[in-house]
Ligand binder design. Structure first.
Ligand SMILES: C[S@@+](CC[C@H](N)C(=O)[O-])C[C@H]1O[C@@H](n2cnc3c(N)ncnc32)[C@H](O)[C@@H]1O
Length: 363
């Protein structure tokens, strides 16, 4: 497995910088996708549970559900509790279910944590009815091999927004920054890696899901067709700026920054649909785009809560940064303090994550 990926995990525990304490953006995204999850759950219920002869005769009919990349913290069991409640409520009101079954309790529920990457097969053939994966598929299986040492000090696809921030903070640095725009080969390399990874993901899930099984996938993505649009790049761009400042202050080795890239890709609805159509195992039922504020607030008028926005990125990237740069808590604190200062200058309307949710049926 790629070494960068081996070091990827969300911050553990329940402290101030833990993922558990800083995953309200992901929770908000989950709530926004509930209607699609409910539709898929009820479809599964009617296809595989309510009308099955096993259910009619009172025998249990197992339903397999997987939440891939569920991490730890309050979001981990959110999907299961919501799905079980939805199906349970439906089960009680469903006309075709006999009174005995209506009164029967829902039956035992068996849960398991499965180690391994979702870019490989995880469970036996035809055992799943519903797969959910939220805020995880934008993580690539590896940094695209073509871009090692070749990204000019950026850590992701970069754009000119970085330059604007740089001008705000230090006009003298502008000249050196003009060298730091993203070459088109970076964009191609990311898209190629995403296409290969997501195709592999679909093939694996197609083996594991029964025919007619459903998936709801939520990606951190972009609404624009342009991969360099600031909606997709700015939060990594801000981290790159902070890292560059740490280099200037002698806290991080420049060479390590030059060779560091985030194994991440923020896709678009067009790209995701194209991969699904080319792979061919799934039909697209619905696809939607929605935004969530960087600080997870609903308030459009107040300033961005830069502390919350910084801790959200810290909780997902700290493991990678510490292992890659060999830095400890003191430098990480300085880095994210700098991150906050930069976010304080980002207008609220720009400080939003774009999300893509897609609902699929195995055909
Ligand atoms: C931001 S968290 C999302 C957690 C949860 N789904 C939520 O919405 O709060 C991303 C999760 O994806 C996991 N992940 C990333 N790449 C993965 C892979 N290839 N296989 C399995 N899990 C992966 C990470 O370890 C992490 O737990």
């Amino acid at each position: 497995m790629d070494q960068v990926i081996q070091n990827l995990h969300m911050n553990g525990g329940t402290g101030e910088t833990s993922y558990a304490f800083n995953s309200s953006v992901q929770k908000k995204a989950f709530y926004k996708t509930k209607p699609l999850i409910e539709e898929a759950a009820l479809d599964i219920f009617s296809k595989f549970y309510a009308c099955s002869s096993a259910t009619m005769t009172g025998k249990s009919m197992p339903i397999g559900i997987a939440d891939l990349g569920c991490s730890s913290g309050p979001n981990t069991l959110l999907l299961f509790s919501y799905l079980l409640n939805t199906i349970y409520d439906k089960c009680r009101e469903f006309d075709s279910v006999s009174p005995e079954i209506k009164q029967r309790s829902f039956g035992p529920c068996f849960a398991a944590r499965i180690p391994g990457t979702f870019y490989d097969r995880l469970v036996p053939r035809d055992t799943l009815h519903f797969v959910h994966c939220s805020y995880s598929l934008h993580w690539l299986s590896q940094v695209p091999p073509e871009i090692e040492n070749n990204n000019q000090g950026n850590i992701y696809i970069s754009n000119l927004v970085h330059l604007v921030y740089q001008i705000l903070f230090n006009p003298l640095k502008l000249k050196s920054w003009l060298r730091h725009c993203c070459p088109p080969s970076m964009i191609d390399a990311h898209l190629k890696q995403f296409t290969s990874d997501f195709t592999g993901f679909l093939k694996c899930r197609s083996g594991e899901l029964v025919m007619g099984g459903r998936m709801v996938l939520t990606f951190l993505g972009r609404a624009s067709v342009d991969p360099t649009s600031d909606e997709g790049c700015s939060f990594w761009g801000i981290l790159a700026l902070g890292l560059k400042d740490m280099v200037l202050e002698g806290m991080i080795e420049e060479q390590k920054l030059i060779s560091f890239n985030i194994p991440h890709y923020m896709t678009s609805t067009e790209e995701v649909s194209m991969v699904i159509q080319c792979e061919g195992s799934f039909k697209i039922d619905q696809i939607e785009v929605f935004k969530v504020n960087w600080d997870s607030s609903e308030d459009e008028n107040s300033e961005v809560d830069s502390y919350k926005a910084a801790n959200c990125i810290r909780a997902v990237s700290e493991s990678l940064l510490m292992s890659r740069f060999g830095i400890g808590e003191e430098i990480i604190n300085k880095l994210f303090h700098r991150y906050m200062e930069i976010v304080d200058n980002v207008p609220k309307e720009k400080a939003k994550y774009t999300n893509i949710v897609i609902s699929l049926t195995k055909v």
